[in-house]
Write a protein that binds this ligand. Sequence first.
Ligand SMILES: Cc1ncc(C[n+]2csc(CCOP(=O)(O)OP(=O)(O)O)c2C)c(N)n1
Ligand code: SF4
Ligand SMILES: [Mg+2]
Length: 286
Amino acid sequence: MTAQALQPKDYKSVVPPTWCAGCGDYGVLNSLYKAFSELNIDYNNTVIVSGIGCSSRFPFFVKTYGIHTAHGRALPVAMGVKLANPELRVVATGGDGDGFSIGGGHVPHICRKNVDITYIIMDNRIYGLTKGQVSPTSDMGMVSSTTPYGSPDRPVNPLAFCLVYGATFVAQGYSGNPKEIAALIKQGMEHKGFSYINLVSPCPTFNKTNTFQAYKDLVEPLPDDHDRTNLPRAVELALNPGGKIRTGVYFESDTPSYQERLDEIKSKASKFTAAGFAGIVDLYRP
Ligand SMILES: Cc1ncc(C[n+]2csc(CCOP(=O)(O)OP(=O)(O)O)c2C)c(N)n1
Ligand code: SF4
Ligand SMILES: [Mg+2]
């Protein structure tokens, strides 16, 4: 007998989302339920790992295993889970602050290692949970509780950041387009290696600048003829010519994952003989 396909509602946990009314993260959560259902994800075999922030509450709301770690530490924990049990599907979620401020040092390494996990950032360009301080993706000049005269900092560009550090799948979506987000999450999860999905997700409570209204004329799909294997072009588009927010898959490459490389090394190491080892010891004998 074939197992009955799971519906989006089957991925809802018993904990209802606690976000403010109108928060962009609702659209992301519903898209994730839809993507999981379309991939028929086994929730007994899936782990969602997050840091701290409004967006990092994700693991509570999905009926999979989950770990709500420390601020900025979703990626190393997610990597540990995947390496300990490569059979698990691992998704990391979080915010722009969690991912690119306190946790920013982890991103280059997961990109270059190409660990087979999907990282979903809800980029609201603010620290939502702590009530509205500027984040690394906030616009220069943004007025917030920590920058009453405007932020002096230029923002981090998460797409360009991940592309140049070697991420093998980089995409962007907008929580106003949940169907597209579901399609991006599906593609990211089916990708072999590290997939980064940047989701523009307004915080109507604390960011009164980057609102659904403001994004209305800024969000547009990547050009139809965009070639997702062209890295320089992906970087060029990520650098945002014309100030548009382009959605879709910027880049994808077929590169061995970290697990595949480790398996290769394990196989070489298993062929190492006692005689070979004695030879190496001899080399170092004084
Ligand atoms: C070590 C540590 N430093 C600071 C904090 C306070 N803190 C909690 S969430 C957060 C920022 C969250 O912003 P973001 O990651 O963008 O998530 P959002 O709430 O916007 O979804 C901060 C600074 C903390 N919990 N732990
Ligand atoms: S504070 Fe902002 S990010 Fe947090 S739940 Fe409310 S609207 Fe969403
Ligand atoms: Mg944020």
